[in-house]
Design a protein around this ligand. Structure first.
Ligand code: UD1
Ligand code: CA
Length: 453
């Protein structure tokens, strides 16, 4: 589409019902503030300009909305006088002159580029106002779309509707596209003569018709238009988002045994033929390459898992964990800011932090990289083909050379050269018969106690 477009995002609400110390649009869905989701939809629709209409937390919201792809200007709506008034807060941006003005809400994060495109397509065909509507079994609270002979004639707000009009189940989502060349002229005609005493954006439908223009409604799925007024609705948005994204990811060739138990972040990327077992949680910043397996109950955040690598069950990958091809991080292991080399194995009960583990090295059960001295973090370097015996503590900064062995139970405080064996533990002493003496002494003590009682 080569028409220019300004998206006006309304986000000046007080968010009273969220009962929150921050603006509603900053609350995350899939790890990204709601306003960020709206911005992503705007950007992927190829819209170049955004006017944000803000109230509380204006600076923080503007920051959360920032993206390099879109030119964003903020406008403060000092008084909440209604959606029509809110759009006019962005008067300067609208006056710059765009073919299309698209109004959308900051608290409706599931909206897609396709819906924006559908609304704008009607403008291109000559409509002056396009409303995105949805059919719902629970219309209470929404503006109703009133249609006569297939034409949209008005939007009636719940409070202003007659009993008959309230029975209508086709509702206004709030998303509206307006002919940009007429926008200011018609927006300025909105008044506040209604039950709520607000400037209703929805009045535009009747206004353009009065002027001989055309208003149109297009349909979109209800699940895409859901908004958020309180925490319960926030949880519903999260569920809807997760369902949609899991479905997309599965259709792209990823297997999930119990998709309803897998939680994705807004930016989770998973390659074809990867398998995600039940109860896996992805925080932001995770990429999983094709053919990798994430076993049950693992938690990943800011991590990269290469092709053919396996994670878990019960593994935690924290930011900066980078697993090379065919590597393995097993049960009850935590990996943070560490490279796990090709084919390397970190199998059981281990913490690897601030470390580099070379290709094909084996890290024994219970190994800990002691990366923190209470003040600073230090790096542990392990070469290729090294073998770290179980229950070793590698006190960083320290390096273990290629092919070196560390004996089980060692506390390694000095560098170990390539192909060396490091023993960092007390030598074993064995005393023949000593166990019998200790046991007999304990039994005698127990017998004496019993005799006394
Ligand atoms: C609005 C629509 C209604 C639609 C519903 C969909 C109007 C008059 N009504 O009703 O037809 O079915 O949305 O959810 O448009 N806002 C501001 N400044 C204001 C007023 C609102 O920024 O002065 C923002 C709010 O933060 C919110 C959005 O605009 O994001 C909608 O406002 P709200 O008061 O919730 O409108 P509704 O009464 O729900
Ligand atoms: Ca609302």
């Amino acid at each position: 589409m080569n028409r220019t477009c300004l998206a006006v995002i309304l986000a000046a609400g007080d968010s009273t019902r969220m009962k929150s110390s921050m603006s509603k649009v900053l609350h995350p869905v899939a790890g990204l503030p709601m306003i960020g989701h709206v911005m992503k939809a705007v950007a992927s629709a190829g819209i170049s300009d955004v006017a944000l209409v803000l109230g509380r937390d204006a600076e923080t919201v503007a920051k959360a909305a920032h993206t390099d792809e879109v030119n964003v200007r903020s406008f403060i709506q000092t008084q909440r006088l209604g959606t029509g008034h809110a759009v006019l807060s962005a008067r300067d941006a609208i006056a710059a002159g765009f073919d299309d003005i698209l109004v959308t809400y900051g608290d409706a994060p599931l909206v897609t580029a396709a819906s924006f495109a559908a609304a704008r397509a009607e403008l291109a065909k000559g409509a002056d106002v396009v409303v995105i509507g949805f059919h719902t079994g629970t219309p209470t609270g929404y503006g109703r779309l009133l249609v006569e002979n297939g034409e949209l004639i008005a939007i009636r707000e719940e409070k202003d509707a007659t009993d008959e009009e309230r029975k209508v189940t086709w509702c206004n989502s709030g998303i509206m596209a307006i002919n940009g060349r007429k926008a200011l002229e018609i927006l300025d005609k909105i008044d506040n003569k209604n039950v709520k005493g607000e400037y209703y954006l929805t009045d535009l439908v009747e206004i353009v018709r009065r002027d001989g223009g055309r208003a149109v409604a297009v349909d979109a799925p209800e699940a895409e238009l859901a908004g958020c007024n309180n925490r319960a609705e926030l949880a519903v948005l999260e569920r809807l988002w997760q369902e949609r994204r899991r479905h997309e990811i599965m259709l792209s060739g990823v297997s999930m045994i119990a998709p309803e138990t897998v939680f994705l972040a807004y930016d989770t990327q998973i390659g074809q033929d990867a398998l995600i077992e039940p109860n896996v949680v992805f925080g932001p910043g995770v990429t999983v390459e094709g053919g990798a397996v994430i076993h049950a109950f693992s938690h990943l955040e800011g991590a990269h898992v290469s092709a053919g690598a396996t994670v878990g069950p019960f593994a935690r990958l924290r930011p900066g964990a980078n697993l090379a091809v065919g590597s393995k991080v097993g049960n009850f292991c935590e990996v943070k800011k560490a490279e796990i080399g090709e084919g390397a194995k970190v199998n059981h009960l281990t913490y690897i932090g601030d470390a580099i583990v070379g290709a094909h090295s084996n890290i024994g059960a219970g190994t800990i990289t002691c990366n923190y001295d209470g003040i600073n973090k230090h790096v542990t370097q392990i070469g290729a083909n090294a073998f770290i015996g179980s229950n070793s503590s590698l006190v960083a900064p320290v390096s273990i050379g290629d092919g070196a062995y560390v004996a089980s139970g060692s506390v390694v405080t000095q560098d170990v050269p390539a192909d060396a064996l490091a023993l960092g533990r007390a030598r074993q002493e064995t005393k023949p018969g000593r166990a019998t003496i200790i046991r007999d002494r304990a039994l005698a003590l127990k017998a004496a106690k019993k005799a006394k009682d």
